[in-house]
Design a protein around this ligand. Structure first.
Ligand code: GEK
Length: 242
């Protein structure tokens, strides 16, 4: 995978434009997400392991908001050769790069990378749907319907892997988690200015829900079992089983 260093928010500037998944972000994305999301590498490893448990030979998995296809490849390397993975993203820059990365990957399972809005696609015959840090970018009022579509498209016993940045229920906890996340990013080599610039850029773009909201929404969509399998600071991954 491409690993150009993320230097997008170095330097002082008069105004900070809203964060967009454009070609500048796509070029540094692997480095950006790896240094910004504590536990990101582990979520990928576990998506592979969870997919190997749930995706039966000949069946299908989806990666919604695939970016460069990291979760797609984690699944591809852990499912049978006759499985199919459908990876979807609505950023043309991400999809272009994801297609290149998938083409140079040697695993056998078929992968299709689609340039689509995940709120408009059909999900069908899925044993696993992975949504690794994507729901947080979907308009809040569109989230219930998307989860409903995923639920309908999953096979019985199938799994949704939902990773998200979460909001804390109280102000004190929110402040502490934000401070520790800031410390994490500083330890990854980001300066205080870069961290502040990125925070401004992403403020109204990434809208985090509380863990309770996620759980309630997943139950409302019909999922019978919903539980957290991973948490580091305010980054959580849930498994929801149909
Ligand atoms: C990973 N899962 O590396 N339709 C399709 N894609 C969308 C939409 C939408 N409506 N909205 C946002 N995206 C990846 C990381 S990144 C997370 C996912 C992050 C896409 C957007 O273009 C971007 O590629 C992705 O969702 C979110 O495991 O940057 O924190």
């Amino acid at each position: 995978m491409t690993n150009k260093t993320d230097d997008m928010y170095v330097g002082r500037r008069a105004t900070i434009a809203s964060f967009k998944f454009d070609e500048n972000v796509a070029a540094v994305f692997a480095d950006m997400i790896g240094r910004s999301v504590p536990g990101y590498g582990l979520t990928l490893d576990m998506i592979g392991i969870i997919a190997s448990h749930y995706v039966k030979p000949g069946n299908r998995a989806y990666d919604l908001g695939c970016s460069l296809g990291a979760a797609t490849l984690a699944m591809r390397h852990n499912v049978s050769d006759d499985c199919q993975i459908i990876a979807i993203d609505n950023s043309a820059a991400m999809v272009e790069k994801a297609r290149e990365i998938v083409a140079t990957d040697g695993a056998a399972a078929a992968v299709e990378v689609l340039l689509e809005d995940i709120c408009q696609v059909e999900i069908d015959n899925a044993d696993v749907v992975a949504m690794n840090f994507t729901l947080q970018f979907i308009a809040e009022n569109a989230r219930p319907a998307l989860l409903q579509t995923i639920y309908s498209g999953l096979n019985n016993g199938g799994a949704l892997i939902l990773s998200e940045k979460i909001a804390a229920p109280g102000l004190a906890e929110q402040e502490l988690l934000s401070t520790l996340h800031h410390d994490f990013k500083r330890a990854q080599g980001y300066s205080d200015l870069e961290i502040a610039n990125k925070r401004n850029a992403i403020e109204n773009v990434l809208i985090a829900d509380t863990l309770d909201t996620h759980k309630e929404r997943l139950h409302a969509a019909g999922f019978s079992q919903v539980f957290v399998w991973f948490q580091c600071l305010n980054f959580v991954s849930l498994l929801a089983i149909k």
